[in-house]
Ligand binder design. Structure first.
Ligand SMILES: Nc1ncnc2c1ncn2[C@@H]1O[C@H](COP(=O)(O)OP(=O)(O)OP(=O)(O)O)[C@@H](O)[C@H]1O
Ligand SMILES: [Mg+2]
Length: 266
């Protein structure tokens, strides 16, 4: 299997501090990874490398077979092969565009303009992705008027539009109510189990948000990798406790996970 992502001894240093510290990690084709870690651990920084928008200060990073900063690597050719849904992207999108336009513009690698002649086939694809995310009733709504959950689903549909080989999701369920979270987990689970879906990396703070079909977990704390490997072995109470810095118990119910702190004194 070929490598979707290969980081070797990667550090990202800012103001003398390593935000990501000596990380080696590889994602193979077909794997679906979850990145877990507390606030400030370096999760988004890792996704920024995976999206080719940030180059390591030290070490080497290969994304979809292309070495970042390498001779012959053109990030402008690489970026359309990667779909990104995260808060940073949401902020760049015009609030007055409709949901359908917001998804369609992705086909042309743009965040703003709406002057291109879109092909009918693109519009069909945009409608199909929005339908898969349960957004068919919102096609003509302005992006800026959507609720948090509707916005997240639109962003995922948008990230799928370029038919990416790698899909990056930064906290897709953050801010959703219980129903919204469960709906999104179900949809992400369907995507994760689809053999034709892209390789996926999802950042989250909560094991409850891990959809069935995700296969691997990377745990990070203060820029350093604590654990990385198959979900069944690595998503343990011990690793999670070390990652979040307090005693935690993780439980597996069917194909979902829950975690809670141990009562004081135990
Ligand atoms: N450009 C920058 N210059 C200096 N420090 C930065 C820069 N970007 C991020 N940081 C710091 O790097 C650390 C890791 O940031 P990152 O956004 O990767 O964390 P995270 O794990 O995604 O956190 P969260 O769960 O809160 O989203 C944080 O302490 C953050 O303040
Ligand atoms: Mg983050």
């Amino acid at each position: 299997m070929s490598d979707v992502l290969e980081l070797v001894d990667v550090s990202v240093v800012r103001d003398g501090r390593a935000l990501v510290d000596d990380v080696s990690w590889s994602v193979k084709e077909g794997e679906r990874w979850v990145i877990l870690g507390p606030n400030g651990a370096g999760k988004t920084t890792l996704l920024n490398i995976a999206s080719s928008y940030l180059f390591p200060s030290k070490g080497t990073a290969q994304v979809l077979g292309e070495r970042l900063g390498g001779v012959g690597t053109d990030v402008f050719e690489l970026r359309p092969r990667i779909g990104i849904a995260g808060v940073a992207m949401a902020e760049k999108l015009p609030r007055r565009q409709t949901v359908l336009q917001t998804v369609l513009t992705a086909a042309y690698g743009m965040t703003a303009t709406w002057h291109e002649d879109y092909e009918a086939v693109d519009e069909e694809r945009a409608r199909a992705f929005l339908d898969r995310l349960g957004m068919t009733d919102y096609l003509d709504r302005k992006f800026g008027t959507l609720s948090e959950g509707e916005r997240k689903r639109t962003l995922i549909a948008r990230a799928m539009m370029t038919d990416p080989e790698l899909l990056l999701l930064d906290e897709p369920a953050a801010g959703l109510d219980l129903g919204g979270r469960e709906d999104l987990v179900r949809r992400l689970g369907r995507l994760a189990r689809d053999p034709y879906a892209p390789s996926m990396i999802m950042v989250t703070h909560h094991v409850e948000e891990i959809a069935p079909g995700f296969t691997h977990v990377l745990m990070i704390r203060q820029g350093k990798v604590l654990a990385a490997g198959p979900m069944e072995t690595e998503l343990s109470s011990r690793n999670l406790s070390l990652c979040f810095g307090l005693p935690l118990v993780v439980e597996h119910h069917g194909d979902r996970y829950t975690a809670r702190g141990l009562p004081l004194g135990q």
